[in-house]
Design a protein around this ligand. Structure first.
Ligand SMILES: Cc1cc2nc3c(=O)[nH]c(=O)nc-3n(C[C@H](O)[C@H](O)[C@H](O)COP(=O)(O)OP(=O)(O)OC[C@H]3O[C@@H](n4cnc5c(N)ncnc54)[C@H](O)[C@@H]3O)c2cc1C
Length: 425
């Protein structure tokens, strides 16, 4: 427990964004205290990238970020983007390793090293982190932020809310920061799981469980194309998973929230025209299908479990002679190969999600500073804001970028208010 319950800047939440804010603000000379309700700081960082921490990506741009207004990220990334992040983390000791897909990981291969260097820098800068703090409420009174906690009252000139979203609750982000946001007059955010496995309705899913297959995932909400992505699809008993499914899942979450019909269409021959797909199937069944059954004609094209379900759904018996199938039947099969439909009826929820979509309305935040447009001296950083990144290091990039801007600008705000009060010069 820190002795001093007063600081220039109080940061709520010691995740990637909060710790970055603390470091950047302390480097600018601010006295910083981070209030964390868990017993330890930076817990979520440990689970990132399957324990290896995919902390950013070589490819950057607005296309990798989602939210009500994705362009909100531009002034933030413009101040502190990929280059800044690499310098920042390298400066702390993280040797970056870039994989072929553009994803950056620490050369140590350990997410724990990223957490450790952030904590080391906080210690070096004397940016204190108080863990196990139960905040009851936060208010701004007479130009000061007051934090009413189970451990007494804390006070600061500026406040950075970096409480994350609601994904992976066991790491501390449980949505308990949202009442503070609303308490300051900001709109109540609607949070939904993002980067999450989607639950399918069809019984055949149990027959294809465990399959990994390359393809394209297209998501339709009430018949409208909402999003699509390509890569390795994982079929599970529960539904559709894998990176392309994760990438479109936020749109499924919103669709389900609004009571809309959500449909996931899998294309196992992506990039191939309908005519070519039919030709390919005709070749297998007719030109090369002599002496083969329908099942044998499919062997070698897709995993066997998928072949079985495709034939079953096309009403072609596995053991029927391949050449005995009609053109119409093969046409239907070819169509199904590119339009394999799964009705989405749910997701794995926040506990199974890697990110949260929704958050503090970006229309209420100044992207040049991450300061609230409603309350002077109140700043936001990280996943608490209505920005969610795609898989590939973009959520952490957002944490480093927004954390840096909020930390630096909160420090500048404190300097300015000290000057105004005649404490300086
Ligand atoms: C399994 C998994 C894997 C992931 N892998 C990657 C990856 O490889 N690359 C990538 O870019 N992103 C990844 N992400 C997403 C990424 O981890 C998050 O987007 C990022 O950590 C968000 O940082 P944050 O600081 O905004 O929020 P968090 O990391 O959620 O931190 C919020 C902090 O605030 C604290 N807090 C919350 N409420 C309160 C309160 N009321 N009082 C005090 N403290 C509070 C929490 O305990 C927590 O410490 C992954 C996420 C998960 C769950």
């Amino acid at each position: 427990m820190p002795m001093d319950k007063k600081a220039d800047i109080m940061i709520v939440g010691a995740g990637a964004a909060g710790l970055t804010s603390a470091i950047q603000a302390a480097r600018e000379g601010a006295r910083v205290l981070v209030l964390e309700h868990m017993e330890a700081a930076g817990k979520k960082i440990l689970s990132t990238g399957n324990g290896k921490c995919n902390f950013t990506n070589q490819k950057q741009g607005i296309a990798y970020y989602r939210g009500k207004d994705p362009a909100f990220v531009l002034p933030v990334l413009g101040q502190f983007g990929l280059e800044g992040t690499l310098q920042f983390l390298e400066g702390l000791g993280i040797a970056p390793k870039c994989k072929r897909d553009g994803c950056y990981y620490p050369a140590s291969g350990q997410a724990s090293s990223v957490r450790e260097v952030l904590l080391m820098e906080c210690r070096r800068l004397k940016a204190e982190i108080a863990c196990g703090i139960g905040i009851r409420s936060i208010e701004k009174r007479d130009g000061k932020f007051l934090f009413h906690t189970k451990q007494g009252e804390f006070e600061s000139k500026a406040c950075i809310l970096a409480t994350g979203g609601k994904s992976a609750k066991k790491t501390g982000s449980d949505g308990s920061g949202i009442p503070y946001v609303i308490g300051f007059g900001h709109k109540e955010p609607e949070l939904v799981p993002a980067l999450v496995q989607m639950q399918g309705k069809q019984k055949f899913l149990k027959d294809v469980a465990g399959v990994r297959i390359d393809g394209r995932v297209r998501l339709f909400v009430d018949g409208e194309a909402a999003a699509e992505d390509e890569g390795e699809i994982q079929l599970t008993e529960f539904g559709v998973s894998g990176i392309p499914a994760f990438q479109v899942s936020r749109y499924a979450s919103y669709g389900l929230l609004e009571g809309k019909k959500v449909l996931c269409q899998l294309d196992f021959l992506p990039g191939m025209e309908k005519r070519q797909a039919k030709e390919r199937m005709c070749q297998r069944f007719f030109a090369h299908g002599g002496g083969k059954t329908a099942g044998e004609a499919m062997t070698g094209l897709f995993p066997e479990k998928v072949n079985r379900v495709l034939l079953q759904e096309s009403k072609i018996p596995w053991g029927r002679e391949a050449r005995a199938c009609s053109q119409k039947e093969i046409g239907r099969l070819a169509y199904l190969v590119q339009h394999f439909e799964v009705d989405i009826i749910g997701t794995k929820g926040f506990d199974g999600a890697q990110a949260t979509a929704g958050g503090v309305d970006t229309g209420e935040i100044d992207p040049r500073s991450m300061e609230s447009k409603l309350v002077q001296g109140l700043f936001f950083a990280g996943e608490v804001v209505d920005i969610d990144g795609m898989c590939g290091g973009y959520n952490l990039q957002w944490a480093w970028s927004s954390g840096t801007v909020a930390g630096r600008c909160a420090s500048a705000f404190c300097k300015k208010s000290r000057q105004a009060q005649g404490e300086l010069g």
